[in-house]
Design a protein around this ligand. Structure first.
Ligand code: SAM
Length: 222
């Protein structure tokens, strides 16, 4: 049974604290990341009919066949970006705005791209209500990144592509990290790529995952 009754920031605070304990138990240890998950009211980013499930560790539908990612996945990806505060981050796949809202508490500037206009408009309104003024939202195919605002200290791809979109690599700053799900449908792996030199990159596999499709020029065909 959920406690808390307000629809705003204080609503469901106790349930959010329990979510933070679960994230800690899953190995998320950065106190800034955990504080962001306590602060951001996930329920305010999804349809009210789903509020009872808002703090379960599961993806939920947000319309247009898309989902808000599970908090555990968002936490894993956020932690993998290794954020300290002054970073500029590119997010591909705004969706509900949850990942962007979490990032808004952790870095200086977020540029987020969503291909479905209705979702982008809803996310813009939600992020406005949460006071996430450091998020800039664009509508379009983000699978090739956004070269005009590059380089980025971090890039987070929140939809699954058949393979890592090559144009994104050149938009990473030296030392920058890219985190995202890639591979065949049903067998995606969460990948972290680090730019260690002008043309040198290292790649780690962080484990299996299951995301909706990255659709676009450098993703799956529509
Ligand atoms: N980050 C989101 C959140 O916190 O709610 C979860 C996003 S959902 C799993 C993936 C999103 O990526 C969907 O909203 C989908 O429309 C979007 N998407 C898919 N392909 C895209 C592309 N090429 N450019 C931008 N957005 C894309």
């Amino acid at each position: 049974m959920l406690s808390g009754h307000a629809s705003g920031r204080t609503g469901f605070l106790l349930v959010r604290r329990k979510l933070v304990e679960r994230l800690r138990a899953q190995g998320i240890s950065d106190p800034r990341v955990l504080a962001a998950f306590e602060d951001i009211p996930r329920h305010s980013l999804i349809p009210e009919v789903l509020w009872g499930q808002a703090y379960k560790d599961t993806a939920l539908p947000i319309g247009d066949g898309q989902t808000i990612s599970a908090p555990g996945v968002v936490a894993r990806m956020t932690a993998a970006l290794e954020l300290e505060g002054p970073e500029k981050i590119l997010e591909i796949g705004t969706g509900s705005g949850y990942q962007a809202a979490i990032l808004s508490r952790l870095v200086a500037r977020i540029i987020s791209i969503e291909r479905i206009p209705d979702l982008a408009h809803a996310a813009r309104a939600s992020l406005g209500r949460l006071g996430a003024q450091n998020v800039e939202l664009f509508v379009g195919d983000g699978s090739g990144g956004r070269p005009e605002d590059a380089p980025y200290d971090g890039i987070v791809v929140t939809a699954g592509g058949p393979e890592l979109p090559r144009p994104l690599l050149g938009q990473l700053a030296l030392g920058g990290r890219l985190v995202g799900p890639f591979g065949p449908r049903g067998a995606q792996q969460l990948i972290r790529v680090r730019r260690v030199g002008e043309t040198q990159f290292t790649q780690e596999t962080l484990g299996p995952c299951d995301f909706v499709d990255l659709i676009g020029q450098n993703g799956w065909p529509a």
